[in-house]
Design a protein around this ligand. Sequence first.
Ligand code: ACO
Length: 325
Amino acid sequence: MKKVGIIGVGEYLPKKILTNADLEKMVDTSDEWITTRTGIKERRIASSQEATSDLATNAAKEALKDARLKPQDLDLIIIATITPDMQFPSTACLVQANLGAKNAVCFDISAACAGFVYAIIVAQQFIARGTYKNALVVGTEVLSSITDWEDRSTCVLFGDGAGAAVLSEVKSGGILSTYFGSDGSMANLLMMPAGGSRNPTTHKTIDKRLHYIKMEGNEIFKSAVKIMVDTAQIALKQAGLKCSDVDLVIPHQANVRIIMAMAKRLGLPSDRVFLNIEKYGNMSSASTATALCEAVKVGRIKKGDIILLDAFGAGLVWGACLIKW
Ligand code: ACO
């Protein structure tokens, strides 16, 4: 088996910023409530010209440049998203066409907020076995397109963005261990009920606002901390490492209270946890992806550091990836 590592990262955030003050004018909420309950101050919103594949393409171009590869060098493109441009074709095929990555096999993964970690784990299998050489994975979302802007319990949480990584064989370091899991018995806690084969789009489904994110936030909160802690511990155990060996955790950015409770239970000081939730809110699969990219860009990740990606989301699904940078 070959060693697999991340050789380039990139991100793209739409220009439009929606602040908590802006939301105060849209629904019955306050900056104080949003900040103390979630840690979010503002989020990005895609323009009407920008779809999920456009965000992904921009992030991918930056990651390819960082990896010093050309689009034609890619053998595999995996896009993690719950807001594809359309039901089909896959957003991965649209990104392939945008990039001119004509040698790549392309498909999407639907694993909500854990999607980027899922995509890394899947890509790693192909490279480790020598099936493919270079893979592009992107976490990309336009969650604003499925957010109910009249529902204060969800609309304050989400934002749009994309983060990308290029995976390839590396001589040293790379991915040390991975772990992922799922529990479909909790699928009802977080979903978009209509628009699929269960509830095809009708005037009725639109009138009932079923094409938006529906979430039992409280119920998810109860499971989230335990899931993230267990997931981290399993990945660490598989690599024969302890939490104290980790230089930086890149957690899914759903709620700063979930992240800090996880850090406390793992015995991690807060300066070893990377946050970007304040600027972007929860961008589902794009959260861990952009956080990884930004941690690299600001010098929080250096060669030889041990990094832990740890995410959970709708499904429920969860996943962790331990990497020596
Ligand atoms: N502004 C003001 N008040 C609000 C708002 C708001 N935006 N939203 C809810 N409230 C009110 C509620 O109506 C409730 O009022 P009541 O007590 O009079 O009934 C009160 O605030 C408390 O509401 P809770 O839902 O209990 O608030 P909580 O502290 O649980 O925070 C939150 C809600 C932020 C959603 C939290 O539960 C959470 O973060 N859950 C996890 C979300 C998550 O991790 N999702 C998974 C990933 S997303 C994905 O996979 C796509």
